[in-house]
Design a protein around this ligand. Sequence first.
Ligand code: MSP
Length: 514
Amino acid sequence: MTYSLTTPLYYVNAKPHLGSVYTTLACDALARFQRLEGEQVVFITGVDEHGQKIQRTAEGQSISPQDHCDRISALYTDQWDRWDISNDRFVRTTSDRHLPLVQDFFKRCEAAGHIRTGHQEGWYCVDCEEFKDDPADAESPDCPIHRKPLEWRDEENLFFCLSQFQERIEALIADPEFIAPTSRRREIENFVAGGLRDFSISRVNVSWGLPVPGHSGHTFYVWFDALLGYLTALLDDGGPVDLDRLAAVGWPASVHVIGKDILRFHAVYWPAMLMSAGLPVPKRVFGHGFLTREGQKMGKALGNVLDPDTLLERCGADAVRWYLLKDIQFGEDGDFQQQRFMDLVNNDLANTIGNLLNRTASMSRKWFNGSLPSISDNVKADHPLKKSTERTINQVRQSIPSLTFQNAAEAVLQLAIEANGYLNEQAPWSLMKQPGHEQKVGDDLYAVLDCCRVIGLLLQPLVPGLSSRILAQLNLHPCDGCWNSALSWGQLEPGGNLPKPEPVMQRLELESPL
Ligand code: MSP
């Protein structure tokens, strides 16, 4: 079975921002986890390149839309390289493979009787690429999200007959597995309960879009084309662009991870489009929350945008990943706070986890000829840290598939806290001074170092750089396939050489604001 997961396909109106980095890091953790669990993973990300927003951005810079898209798309691939994102595909909606797929998909919907022509009038937000219902100020309304004036549209378009899918969408969203977290379901239930209305899927005034076959002058509405990018990405495995191949390449998606603002498109419009084309719907749509910074919405106007490049250069990927995944409940809104970021990274990673490994490895080297001590069989079989380790392994394995990264990170940290507590209680540094306690000291150090090994392994999906530095201190490598055989208590080889201890996590000392 293939585990396929997607980030949204990001608009190329501007360079990547913290919101896109946030979603992509979370998906990366999930993808890495599923690979370690032995799944065949297809991790998809990419860019959404058509529509009026992009067309206008390019015009504003006096370059062609394609040149603009090429430039921003390259910034995305470069960004993901630098964050060491493990995506398997990067799809562009301007790619040659995408057009035939979109046209083929449309023809299926048309043949199924779900496309009609119609008149569309209403207030449109170009930044959202969406019609807005009932704006508060009917005279000169603004977009409630972008705070920019809405534009009046009045045109003949092609419509997708969403109204014909009312019962089927109701049944779909009633499945508790489909929309996650559950807190997001209510909003969609209300929307659907209000009655589904047909939505326009073509534009007559937007040249920067894919042509609708058989309807000259019409280009596809950007969302119709963008959602189909997920399918183009899956079919980009060297084989033909053929919708009938989808089941063999990982469709339906195991999960679409998106921001809460685009849940409606993914949980209502998209499944209906797929049903119309006779294709299965995604298994799950996860809508995460929005990030603010020090309590304020981030925006160019406020001058408080947190630049991912600065974050990466000054703090490193592991620190950012740990903070975002551990401090913010994925699914709820979260606030980026610099002091809290530093405290968390320094306390959890540098002090609790880093020092545990460092001091234990140093003692082992000093007292056991530079190598790992052995543990007596009876002590190993019944060690108090054995239970804790096994519990932590289970917690991580249960949390990450449901995207509760916070619980997974907390569980790993708790194991380190317990191991530190154990070490302090046993005080091998005192025992070592008394004759005849060498085996007991060896048992203790072995047990704690084996916890460090498991911590290193469990951190692999969350903070891969730190994970490999921890494992290297134990003369081990990250798992390069399934972690099943390594993920159990007491697998360290006694007697193995221990390299010279080095700090595995630099402390974050940010004197100026990021
Ligand atoms: N192009 C569409 C998606 C099409 S998917 C077939 C789009 N792109 S986007 O670039 O505007 O947004 C991508 C994602 O970034 C959205 O899921 C959005 O929720 C997320 N974020 C934008 N700002 C954000 C924060 N401040 N915090 C967290 N995520 C945010 O929508």
